[in-house]
Design a protein around this ligand. Structure first.
Ligand code: ABU
Length: 375
């Protein structure tokens, strides 16, 4: 098997990268992001490095995840240290500090035997591929079957963003949501890797605040000649969509964990129902949106951001008992780790990992689409 080989989200995991909070900073306010402190009052969002204590707590939980994976026989790699406190100045923008290497899934994706680096959508994440470059070179040098594609970097200049997006009143947001218009315009190719979900030959891409239609067109033109089929997907009740892995989470062939607050567009559901996939709603998370950590910008649905170790074993957050019960009832073996101290870095177990190698090959899980031409 090539050293890089992963075609879907569930086959048996052999090698994975687990993120690191070391050097992490608060995400800065910028045209593509308006972080807010949760809770009462209107406190300014902090800037600069996270506290040593917050980093230590998150790193302990990330190391706990790495240990559980190693216990399952998975080879675990970690990002290189990187100084995120450095400001950036490019021809298109300036930003006071960068973010973190907690969520490799947002930046990097393995598509079969190829590694793809996303464009990213936010300034503070422009260079977020760097902590993974040494690993990428290692895989690329080790095996000539390994492909490596870097998506075009957008300018991230003011013109790339709709600055008024954040002030749209709810009615306008509702109307524009159905047109899939968000804070990023359609003028440049923009996508985060975490808006993609892999089903063998078929790749879903969520149109979102972090992935635009130009990004999806670029993915189609790049991947479809290689034999993939790329499907844009939409979840019109999610007013601030960003990353698909708290919304639509495949667990094994024929089974998807879905978010009851964010149903998929009717026309897009058909591809699954016509091919005998079962969509099962996640239970209400234990943490409400109000209970999420004050600096966390993600939703309570981090509960469903699970990591599959194999088609019958899944890792869940330790306190999410209702979700664990659902997994048991669906026939999974459930491993648990504490992970809430990682939430303020934008993700849970799926976000904080990037799979390099899983068993299996490219399969067609949607035979009813096979009559369609691939390009
Ligand atoms: N980075 C994943 C966050 C998605 C969500 O808040 O639902």
């Amino acid at each position: 098997m090539p050293v890089v080989n992963s075609w879907n989200e569930w086959d048996t995991l052999r090698e994975v990268v687990v993120g690191s909070a070391t050097g992490a900073c608060f995400e800065p306010t910028e045209p593509g992001n308006r972080p807010q402190v949760r809770g009462p009052g209107d406190l300014p969002f902090p800037t600069g490095p996270k506290s040593d204590e917050a980093v230590h707590r998150a790193d302990e939980q990330l190391e706990g995840l790495a240990a559980v994976l190693a216990g399952q026989g998975v080879t675990v790699r970690r990002p290189e240290p990187y100084d995120f406190s450095r400001s950036l100045r490019t021809p298109g923008f300036e930003v006071e500090n960068q973010y973190c290497a907690v969520c490799p899934r947002d930046v990097m994706i393995t598509l079969g035997n190829e590694i793809l680096e996303a464009t990213m959508s936010r300034r503070a994440r422009y260079f977020e591929y760097e902590p993974y470059r040494k690993l990428v070179y290692g895989y690329w040098e080790a095996d000539q079957r390994v492909g490596w594609t870097v998506a075009p970097k957008p300018t991230m200049a003011d013109s790339m963003y709709r600055q008024d997006f954040w002030e749209w009143p709810l009615e306008e947001r509702h109307a524009r949501m159905h047109d899939s218009e968000f804070c990023v315009t359609q003028d440049e190719v923009v996508f985060d890797a975490a808006d993609m979900s892999r089903f063998g030959r078929d790749i879903l891409v969520q149109e979102s605040m972090t992935t635009n239609r130009a990004g999806i067109r670029w993915l189609k033109r790049t991947l479809e000649p290689k034999g993939f089929r790329v499907h844009p997907v939409h979840f019109p009740l999610d007013y601030f969509p960003s990353h698909i892995d708290c919304t639509f989470v495949p667990l094994r062939p024929g089974l998807i964990l879905t978010n009851p607050d964010r149903p998929i567009r009717d026309a897009e559901r058909r591809m699954f129902t016509e091919n005998d996939w079962k969509l099962v709603d996640a239970p209400e998370p234990v943490l409400t949106n109000d209970d999420m950590p004050p600096y966390c910008q993600s939703s309570k649905w981090l509960s469903m951001n699970v990591l599959s170790v194999s088609p019958d074993t899944v890792i869940c957050e330790e306190q999410e008992k209702p979700l664990q019960d659902l997994m048991y009832s669906l026939g999974f073996e459930v491993l648990t780790v504490p992970f809430r101290d990682v939430f303020e870095y934008g993700g849970s177990l799926h976000c904080a990992t990037w799979d390099i190698r899983r068993d299996g090959t490219r399969e067609d899980y949607f035979p009813s689409l096979s009559s369609r031409p691939a390009v």
